[in-house]
Design a protein around this ligand. Structure first.
Ligand SMILES: Cc1cc2nc3c(=O)[nH]c(=O)nc-3n(C[C@H](O)[C@H](O)[C@H](O)COP(=O)(O)OP(=O)(O)OC[C@H]3O[C@@H](n4cnc5c(N)ncnc54)[C@H](O)[C@@H]3O)c2cc1C
Length: 364
């Protein structure tokens, strides 16, 4: 790629799972792609590491079978309430857990083999000037015909695209040794904080602590994690020594004014996302990243703006709407134990409905 040319078919802002998937799919379809992000190679920001079956299928479609083989498969989601088993939701196909640094390293390695991708390790801001004008923090200015905004929940790459956030919920992620074998993802509900356990390769567990409100009065992240586990002794019993100290992130994502407009396509958390209680954020990022690449390719192939944008909006809606409903329902039930037990018993008696719920989570 001739850097001085600085002309691209597609600029991708943000190289999280969504931006990387978008850049890879677009370059393989023949587009010249600029991908900008200041993150270090093995970025380890707080996030979940469980990938639903459709997320795993996306990685396979990008040629990352080796990475999938190194992941840890799980087949179901097990819900607990007040320490008691509530409901097991079998997934229609195997899901897989992969540590974030490993996922990003593999995506970076695949991107480095693509001659049509220019990777700029720098933050970017974008202006519309007929085409997109992408200003990198290192002073470079790149021009692109189309734009994928994959800068995560708090991104500000393209001003005016998103409404203000409502950061009511707050998440922490830590990793622990596995004290007792974990066969499934476990979601421990109730007590104003959910504990979400994902079994990782090498006998490690990713523990996400999702608080209903950004907590006050705690003495730092470790104190918060300790308090969460005090409320969920059944989850605590799964965990041994802490391996990665807890780090926090607000969870209220700003909702965009539009999912696609004027040749710009939103990807992953930038679309407004879904609460991590359903554990689908990485899957959605990968799928909407690939969808944005397909829309950019369609534009390049001569499709008009409006149908290309509609196509992307529909792809994002398919990924997020059902999951947002399930997340909202779960959060309401978590605060109402009798209702939650009633709903679980109903679902156990209605396997068709349970299977439908599983398909929404899995994305199949
Ligand atoms: C505690 C917690 C637990 C979670 N649990 C799960 C789970 O179990 N399973 C799951 O699938 N998901 C989970 N998630 C959600 C998941 O982590 C996110 O949905 C996913 O990371 C979104 O990917 P993304 O590519 O859209 O954005 P991100 O992963 O946020 O990546 C955005 C990238 O954009 C870059 N960027 C930002 N601004 C700019 C700029 N101006 N210029 C250039 N680059 C920029 C950032 O450096 C970053 O690398 C969890 C999240 C949290 C906080």
């Amino acid at each position: 790629m001739n850097e001085s040319r600085r002309e691209f078919d597609l600029a991708v802002i943000g190289a999280g799972p969504g931006g990387c998937a978008c850049a890879l799919a677009a370059a393989r379809g023949g587009l010249r792609v600029a991908l900008l992000d200041p993150r270090p190679e093995a970025d380890d920001r707080p996030c979940g590491e469980g990938m639903m079956p459709e997320g795993a299928a996306s990685l396979a479609s990008l040629g990352l079978q080796d990475l999938l083989a190194r992941g840890r498969a799980f087949r179901s989601l097990r819900f607990f309430l007040g320490g008691e088993p509530l409901l097991e939701v079998p997934l229609p196909a195997p899901a897989v857990a992969i540590p974030r640094p490993e996922l990003l390293r593999s995506l970076d390695a695949a991107l480095s083999r693509e001659p049509k991708v220019l990777r700029v390790r720098s933050a970017a801001r974008v202006q519309r000037n007929g085409r997109f004008e992408v200003r990198a923090g290192d002073g470079r200015v790149l021009a692109a015909d189309a734009l994928a905004v994959a800068d995560g929940g708090g991104g500000r790459a393209l001003e005016g695209l998103r409404e203000g956030a409502t950061p009511r919920r707050f998440g922490l992620r830590a990793r622990y040794e596995e004290a007792r074998p974990l066969e499934s993802v476990e979601i421990h509900l109730g007590g104003g904080v959910e504990v979400y356990l994902t079994p990782l390769p090498g006998g490690i567990v990713n523990a996400a602590f999702l608080f209903s409100r950004a907590p006050s009065g705690a003495r730092g992240p470790e104190d918060l994690a300790r308090r969460a586990l005090e409320r969920h002794p059944a989850a605590r019993a799964r965990l041994g020594e802490m391996r990665t100290p807890p780090q926090g992130r607000t969870l209220g994502l700003p909702r965009p004014r539009a999912i696609a407009a004027d040749r710009a396509f939103l990807v992953g958390d930038a679309t407004g996302g879904v609460d991590p209680i359903v554990g689908c954020g990485v899957t959605i990022a990968l799928r909407t990243g690939i969808a944005a690449a397909e829309s950019a390719l369609a534009l390049r192939g001569g499709m008009d703006f409006a149908p290309a944008e509609r196509r992307h909006e529909e792809a994002v809606r398919r990924e997020v709407l059902g999951r947002r409903r399930v997340a909202g329902l779960l959060l309401r039930l978590a605060d109402r134990p009798p209702l939650a037990r009633g709903a679980a018993s109903l679902l156990r008696r209605m396997p068709g409905l349970l299977a439908r719920l599983a398909r929404v989570a899995a994305g199949t």
